[in-house]
Design a binder for this molecule. Structure first.
Ligand code: HEM
Length: 290
């Protein structure tokens, strides 16, 4: 890491903190969450797509953190917003959330979006942001349709970035990765969700276990914008890569410092700028909260 990228990450983290008003010691986003542990078992076809050890080993221990993106540590899980799932499988971190595309293409634009969303008058500021950033249209529309979730393990999660799955011969297949729940849960009404305790998703996790989610590689169709995380793809072709089985909720003795660029041989980094900016800001946010 160069000193420039270090400074850049720290500056972005300070700007995110100022925009969200996160409390000291809390994550700057996704502050509310719950840990789960279990293991990942690859599907039989996964090694043909990627030579990564996680797809060759019979099973890899998994540490996962489900989270609610907005509202800080004191927010309500039933408030509108998306949810996150960060999973560490050996040398592979998968840090995903519930929208299939993202609002922006880089860190500074994310800060601008967070300032608008957290302003005193978001009803004016977010449309003004959208007018300046037409690339945010797809994610904003989907976010506007989001309904309160019933259960963390019943949701689908998306990487938004395309990762390069490299096979033993070096052939690279670009794919968005995703988790697909074995037991999908429908949304709650806002009234029902807000009548539950503020941390109902985190508190309900233990009762959902054991729970399984499949890891899939979502492949683009010709003409899809492979390396633009703001653009939906027209293809719905998904190849199974394996299954995550979560069985426990004990927090890890040492929390993984999740990094979307913590990748093994056999999984190449996204080519978009968003992933690089995220990696720097997560490292700085982690240092900041101690
Ligand atoms: C430039 C865009 C982004 C910025 C600036 C950003 C910023 C952050 C920050 C500051 C945190 C808290 C880190 C900490 O305090 O340890 C965080 C957590 C998180 N972000 Fe992002 N984020 C961005 C994009 C995304 C995207 C595209 C996704 C999903 C595809 C995502 C998913 C998550 C998740 C799941 C967590 C919680 C990780 C955990 O449980 O520890 N973020 N993000």
């Amino acid at each position: 890491m160069t000193s420039n990228s270090f400074d850049d990450g720290a500056r972005l983290a300070e700007q995110v903190a100022a925009a969200t008003g996160a409390g000291t010691g809390d994550r700057l986003l996704h502050a509310r969450g719950a840990w789960a542990t279990g293991e990942f078992t690859p599907s039989s076809g996964a090694p043909a797509l990627s030579r990564a050890a996680v797809f060759a080993a019979p099973a890899t221990p998994a540490v996962a953190r489900f989270s609610s993106t907005l509202g800080g540590a004191d927010g309500h899980d039933g408030s509108p917003g998306d949810h996150g799932l960060a999973v560490r499988l050996g040398d592979l971190d998968l840090v995903m959330f519930t929208l299939p595309v993202f609002f922006v293409r880089n860190g500074p634009d994310m800060v601008e979006f967070l300032r608008a969303a957290n302003s005193a008058d978001p009803a004016t500021a977010v449309p003004a942001f959208a007018a300046r950033h037409p690339e945010a249209a797809a994610a904003l529309e989907l976010a506007g349709q989001a309904r309160p979730a019933a259960a963390f393990t019943g949701l689908a999660y998306h990487s938004v970035h395309a990762f390069g799955l490299a096979d033993a011969a070096g052939t690279v297949t670009w794919a968005r990765l995703g988790w697909r729940p074995h037991r999908p849960t429908g949304p709650l009404t806002e009234e029902e969700a807000l009548s539950r305790p503020p941390g109902y998703l985190a508190q309900g996790l233990a009762a959902e276990l054991p729970a399984r989610l499949d890891l899939v590689a979502h492949l683009p169709a010709p003409g899809d914008e492979v390396h633009d995380p703001t653009r939906p793809w027209s293809s719905d072709r998904e190849v199974p890569l394996g299954t995550l089985t979560l069985t426990g909720t004990r927090p890890p003795a040492a929390e993984p410092d999740f990094d979307p660029l913590h990748l093994p041989d056999g999984v190449a980094a996204p080519l978009d700028r968003l992933a690089a900016d995220r990696s720097r800001v997560y490292a700085a946010a982690r240092r900041r909260r101690g």
